[in-house]
Design a protein around this ligand. Structure first.
Ligand SMILES: NC(=O)c1ccc[n+]([C@@H]2O[C@H](COP(=O)([O-])OP(=O)(O)OC[C@H]3O[C@@H](n4cnc5c(N)ncnc54)[C@H](O)[C@@H]3O)[C@@H](O)[C@H]2O)c1
Length: 371
């Protein structure tokens, strides 16, 4: 084996591991708004390389109460996937609606180089994505945003829109007043201004941007046409699954609709309510200057967000890079390190605490096979 081969083998022996606690530590050290801005910048870079990626709609397994999804994507260097669920009634078990983890792997060898929590990171990347879209689509001077749905994602959305869009005041509404109490306390701690409202209609009146980030596995009509004012930008985050929408179909007809990856958004986004030829624009074409985003001040723009694998690829890259920069990387042995890659069997003996590998009789291990 020559030196290059040896160094490749050595480099790939361990997998970098980012636990939820480690990611929280990284966010504390770097600052949450800096992380959101950093992920937004990685997303922007990766969306400009749209055609370098092998893309597909995520693979979803639905049940009556939720969904479990796998989200793969690759370019010629790295492969990424995210495991994520969406269970709006998980509060019954004191569990979050959305939980996730993911992997970044080396395309040349298939080695999983990073395994990371993605629950916290998903909230950061979703807020970053919302801000990237709003910067391209919303009016220049936006000061007020309604935040409908005050659960786990909401603080991240508020912080992204405050720091990256200049939103000064947030109008809050949630069917669960305790969720708004929690958001209110966290926004106060962050020094952000807000007002609470008793209905969605009152909360959205006079704002520049509406963010809907509710969780309910139903065709909800959180936003109806009578609530829409000229020039508004709608950031629809919670309608992200078949049979789970937030915007009345006529709202979509009132403006220009933008999405992440059209084949996935047609199935999962609010646009699932529309016919197959309903016009939508993929955001990457606006970011790269191929298509116009907002054409005038009075136009209504709608970002029909569902969450796309490329955003997680960007977020995984960001967290890996920051962890390395801060010297906060932990390594785990996920893949056996083999002196002879064809002798996987030998790995068992190499890690045995007894001197000989004693095989118990087959009748004890698998009685069904010998009876
Ligand atoms: N597009 C994306 O990339 C993306 C990423 C992450 C999460 N999501 C989606 O965002 C949504 C919110 O996620 P979360 O983690 O904050 O969930 P969460 O359960 O923590 O919070 C959702 C909140 O919505 C509120 N709500 C439900 N129905 C409502 C209604 N009719 N009006 C007002 N409020 C209502 C609930 O009371 C709850 O407080 C979920 O639907 C999730 O699937 C989308």
């Amino acid at each position: 084996m020559n030196n290059t081969e040896q160094s490749i083998t050595k480099k790939h022996v361990n997998t970098q591991y980012l636990s939820a606690e480690r990611v929280a530590e990284i966010v504390n050290k770097r600052g949450l708004s800096a992380c959101i801005a950093g992920v937004a910048s990685y997303i922007n870079q990766d969306f400009l390389r749209w055609n370098s990626f092998d893309k597909c709609a995520r693979v979803a397994s639905h049940s009556d109460v939720g969904v479990i999804e796998l989200m793969p994507i690759a370019d010629d260097k790295s492969y990424a996937f995210k495991y994520v669920n969406g269970h709006p009634t998980n509060y019954r078990f004191n569990l979050p609606t959305v939980m996730a983890f993911g992997v970044l792997a080396d395309v040349e060898t298939g080695v999983p180089e990073l395994i990371s929590e993605l629950t916290l990171t998903t909230a950061i990347r979703t807020a970053a994505m919302s801000a990237v879209a709003a910067r391209a689509l919303a009016r220049q001077e936006c000061k007020k945003m309604a935040l409908i749905g005050n659960g786990a994602q909401s603080e991240f959305q508020a912080l992204a829109f405050h720091h990256l869009l200049g939103i000064e005041i947030f109008h809050l509404y949630d069917v669960d007043p305790a969720a708004t109490d929690k958001l209110q306390a966290n926004l106060t701690q962050m020094g952000l201004k807000f007002q609470r409202f008793a209905s969605i209609k009152e909360a959205v009146k006079g704002v520049d941007i509406i963010t809907t980030v509710t969780a309910d596995k139903t065709n909800a009509t959180i936003i109806t046409p009578d609530m829409i004012e000229p020039g508004m930008h709608i950031n629809g985050v919670g309608g992200d699954c078949p049979g789970k929408t937030e915007l009345h179909a006529d709202v979509l007809r009132m403006g220009s609709v933008f999405c992440e990856f059209e084949p996935q958004s047609r199935i999962e986004g609010d646009m699932q309510q529309m016919p197959a030829d309903f016009p939508v624009t993929e955001l990457w074409t606006v970011l790269s200057g191929k298509q116009v985003g907002r054409s005038d001040e009075a136009q209504v723009t709608i970002f029909d967000s569902v969450g796309f694998a490329l955003e997680d690829y960007s977020a995984l890259r960001f967290m890996r890079d920051v962890a390395l920069e801060l010297g906060m990387s932990e390594k785990i042995s996920l893949i056996p390190s083999l002196p002879n890659p064809k002798n996987l069997f030998g790995f068992i003996a190499d890690n045995s605490h007894s001197t000989a590998m004693v095989l118990p009789p087959l009748s004890r291990i698998a009685p069904a096979f010998v009876s």
